[in-house]
Design a binder for this molecule. Structure first.
Ligand SMILES: [Zn+2]
Length: 176
């Protein structure tokens, strides 16, 4: 594991960089080491513990990107868990309009949830109130952290506390 997690000055996860680039940032006084691991990094002029997380000492602005609103991404956001009964992937999962289309419900992150076939049929073209079916969570637009798509199987444990701050538990499952 030689990748290094880079946090913004605000502790928000920014990206993943190479060990070499991370060390350069630290030596240039642009970043500080927040977490290192046991292994030593030795070069002709210095030795240091290998950084695993660094934090930029100044704020880096970046444009916000958004996760595409697709059926699959709604299911991924909800982890294939029915947002009405809580069951997970017992058969094919559907995407339910919370406020039905027939009642003017929009196709938005806030109005779409993963639902099992049973709940979707039971709810039919009704609002959750009319169907007396409560939602487990209020659905939200997920945040976009593209590099997690690649890294999702290899993220080191110490990274998680910084990633969880920003809901990466959702995004890390979003596939391209
Ligand atoms: Zn269900």
């Amino acid at each position: 594991m030689t990748d290094v997690l880079v946090l913004n000055a605000t502790y928000e996860a920014l990206n993943v960089t190479s060990l070499q680039r991370a060390v350069k940032l630290v030596f240039a006084g642009k970043a500080e080491v927040l977490h290192d691991n046991e292994r030593m990094l030795r070069a002709a002029t210095f030795a240091m513990r290998m950084p695993s997380i660094i934090r930029m000492l100044y704020y880096i602005r970046r444009p916000r990107q958004q996760v595409a609103l697709t059926k699959k991404n709604v299911l991924l956001r909800d982890d294939y868990r029915c947002q009405y009964c809580g069951n997970k992937a017992n058969g094919p999962m559907t995407v339910d309009h919370i406020v039905p289309k027939s009642a003017g419900g929009a196709s938005t992150w806030e109005n779409l949830v993963c639902a099992c076939l049973t709940c979707n049929n039971r709810k039919n073209n009704r609002t959750p109130q009319d169907a007396n079916m409560a939602l487990l969570h209020k659905p939200r637009r997920p945040k976009y952290i593209p590099w997690i798509q690649v890294k999702r199987h290899t993220v080191p444990g110490e990274w998680y506390k910084f990633l969880f701050l920003y809901d990466v538990s959702i995004e890390e499952r979003i596939e391209s």
